[in-house]
Design a protein around this ligand. Sequence first.
Ligand SMILES: Cc1cc2nc3c(=O)[nH]c(=O)nc-3n(C[C@H](O)[C@H](O)[C@H](O)COP(=O)(O)OP(=O)(O)OC[C@H]3O[C@@H](n4cnc5c(N)ncnc54)[C@H](O)[C@@H]3O)c2cc1C
Length: 561
Amino acid sequence: MNPPRLNELAAAAAALLARERECFDAAVLAVARRCAERGRLSAPRLDAQQVVCYELALASAELLAAQTVLAEGSGSTDIDARLALAFAAEAIVAVLGRLEAVVLETELSRAPLQAIAADERLAELRRAAAGAAALAQLGRDVADTDVEIGQVELDEPVAMARDAFRRFAAEVVAPLAGEIHRRDLTVPETLLRPMREMGLFGLSIPENHGGSAPLEGEDTLSMIAVTEALSEASLAAAGSLITRPEILARALLSGGTAAQRAHWLPKIAAGEPLCAIAITEPDYGSDVAGLALKATRTSGGWLLDGAKTWCTFAGKAGLLMVVARTDPDRSLGHRGLSVLLVQKPSYEGHAFDFVQDGGGALRGRAIRTIGYRGMHSFDLHFEGLFVPDDGVIGSEGGLGKGFYFTMAGMQGGRMQTAARASGVMRAALNAAIRYAKDRRVFGAPLIDFPLTQAKIARMAARFAACRRLTYAVGRMMNDGGARMEASLVKLLACRSAEMVTREALQIHGGMGYAEETPVSRYFVDARVLSIFEGAEETLALKVVARSLLEDALARAGEGTQ
Ligand SMILES: Cc1cc2nc3c(=O)[nH]c(=O)nc-3n(C[C@H](O)[C@H](O)[C@H](O)COP(=O)(O)OP(=O)(O)OC[C@H]3O[C@@H](n4cnc5c(N)ncnc54)[C@H](O)[C@@H]3O)c2cc1C
């Protein structure tokens, strides 16, 4: 497709998206009014509108991704510009469907949506950018190109960090990743040691505390680039190692005393000790405000009693960030929670029993999982485990603020998870292309068939859009914003990783289902991304939709904050 034609289609897509955005804004306001009581969103009303709120959150993610990749289009390679158009064409149709479902539940007219659907320019865009012939050609070109797809502009230091970690991932992590997964091994020191030396654990810790993040502001792009590079080789044994220090460091930075920051941050940055995050409990996951693990005052500190679950890396870690209820008055909800730092020995394997001299105990048993193997996720049982007073983040002043300290780490954790999804998608896409070129079916290479080519094009378009959106939101985060967008890109990228790994596995046929084929690992690993760091539904309803509705009421002058 020649550049003038690309520009013409991009302008048509941008115009259609702008009209769709108007319909979206009207739908959001209509739903917001249904959910409001005296200018404020009411929880029972929001719950009654869950289904439409979920559609709005997904539509919002698709719209933002399409508008972002189109806006960046002029600076992209030919293939990226065509991938952006293919993504936008399919996103416009998907969003039309979602908005139609929302509008049917309101008094709004369907006419504006029907007008977009009937617009000849949409038909032309779909034919030219995402029609059968266009997708087949695009897929062929993606498979044949040596040029990186989903390109993003990076400053030199970020690009250098990415390249170093990509080399390390390909040469050191990838050869071990399959065995760690199949034998459910613990991430070995042969991986951890060099990652410590490369400064992985200090990426989100400021320079004056032993890390490499700037003293002022954020360096989200390095974190994204490094995470993506490592996740391409292994989500569990490399790409996810940084999530835990990210969350704990931000909790310490937002609420720790000067002494706690000075003591712990350099150690966390050095990866000694490794850390783990214990928030989820058997009875409370998404509903963090309900957490029940009991912390009872004792002489010089606190005693922890109760259970946590899904605490990833709890065995190997020497430092656990534990969210506990320090105020027994349960009516306080999230205001009764504090964050305690538990020190323990580092254990290999799938189970451990840690008994303190005074008799307090912490027992851990790894949960058997279909994927995400290497760090192991543990059920934890606390029995009178002693934590000294200086182990409470923020000390006395931090009591009751644990929820906020925990949430301070979550925005970074979500961005990091979007980057993890991008890494897994890139691995799956490349594996699918390699296999489709090698495998012959009905006398021809699989890649020669238009359906395979169209699948590759769609996978590549999703990957490129999510990747570019991740970096765009990362830049917003550097500028101090993006609270809602971090959830939004996490939502989209993690769903997309499921789609991309599904298609990659499918292209491998029976071999895709064999444990020895890496793509089967990508598939089971990708599945967890929509569950943790904020489950998809929780993010869609409680963060994205809520924020969209509040903004709509405020813009209409109807909100009372
Ligand atoms: C491999 C793995 C590793 C993990 N690592 C850690 C870790 O290191 N530390 C840690 O603390 N936790 C960890 N988790 C736990 C994870 O964060 C939780 O699983 C997640 O928060 C969801 O909580 P839940 O499992 O209790 O699901 P629930 O909260 O019980 O939710 C069940 C389902 O209902 C949906 N849902 C929730 N609320 C609503 C609602 N209001 N309306 C409609 N639907 C709703 C959810 O989205 C989900 O689909 C890990 C989980 C996994 C699988």
